[in-house]
Write a protein that binds this ligand. Structure first.
Ligand code: APR
Length: 219
């Protein structure tokens, strides 16, 4: 399973590249790069505080919930580009976050120091145990994606590779499709997806298409 912002859209969390998406309202270089954090940490912290507030007010939708039923018959691994915790809150156990987690902070001098953010806000003056300003534990543009190695090994083992709600615009995440050689089926659920060779495209919203697909796969 490989998911993107589209699976959380019907929980009220914005996507990035749909009309009205986040990257229409904010410039990536202002809020989602290490240089942005260097230049204006407050603006960056507030951008993620806003998204964390929205996340705490949202809940998993029928797509997050129904896909867990697949573990009745399959070994379900979820690789997500999302930094929300809706997969976990829907009961999913094996979730790998390629781009980090919105509800965690990280030391800006030591990547191994990761903390849970209690409540909504991460503020200036919130320091790690080494006395440095905490930053969101998310992967910014231009930063390495350390979990990619694990994501590739999960993808290589997939018999059925289901992609839900991603524009497949961002690399290296989108390159996971190059590692599906052992998959008997590749299924893409996205209302705006184009037909692609070797991929079963379901042009429908996740909350409609995922429960239907799960039912079929459990027959
Ligand atoms: N159900 C299924 N898919 C949907 C729905 C829905 N209800 N609503 C929108 N979509 C689809 C859109 O058609 C689009 O193809 O979800 C996709 C969202 O694409 P993006 O906004 O580009 O989000 P994503 O692919 O997850 O972005 C990848 O880019 O900005 C970075 O780090 C960020 O993880 C993010 C990465």
């Amino acid at each position: 399973m490989f998911t993107g912002a589209g699976i959380s859209a019907e929980s009220g969390l914005g996507t990035f590249r749909d009309n009205g998406g986040l990257w229409e309202r904010y410039k990536i270089e202002d809020v989602a790069t290490p240089e942005a954090f260097e230049r204006n940490p407050e603006l960056v912290l507030n951008f993620y505080n806003l998204r964390r507030k929205q996340l705490l007010e949202s809940k998993p939708n029928a797509a997050h919930i129904s896909l867990n039923k697949l573990s009745e018959k399959y070994k379900l691994h979820i690789v997500t580009q999302n930094i929300d915790d809706l997969h976990e809150r829907s009961g999913s156990k094996k979730v790998l976050h390629l781009h980090g987690k919105l509800r965690e902070s990280k030391s800006s001098v030591d990547d191994s120091l990761i903390y849970l953010i209690e409540g909504v806000n991460l503020k200036m003056g919130d320091f790690c145990e080494k006395g440095s300003q905490l930053r969101p534990n998310v992967v910014w543009f231009g930063e390495a994606v350390p979990k990619m190695i694990d994501a590739i090994s999960i993808t290589k083992k997939a018999d059925i590779f289901i992609v839900i709600g991603t524009s497949l615009n961002v690399y290296p995440a989108a390159s996971l499709l190059n590692y599906t050689n052992n998959a008997k089926q590749i299924i893409l659920i996205d209302p705006k997806a184009e037909q692609e060779k070797g991929i079963e495209v379901i042009k429908e919203k996740a909350t409609i298409a995922v429960p239907k697909l799960v039912k079929e796969l459990l027959l």
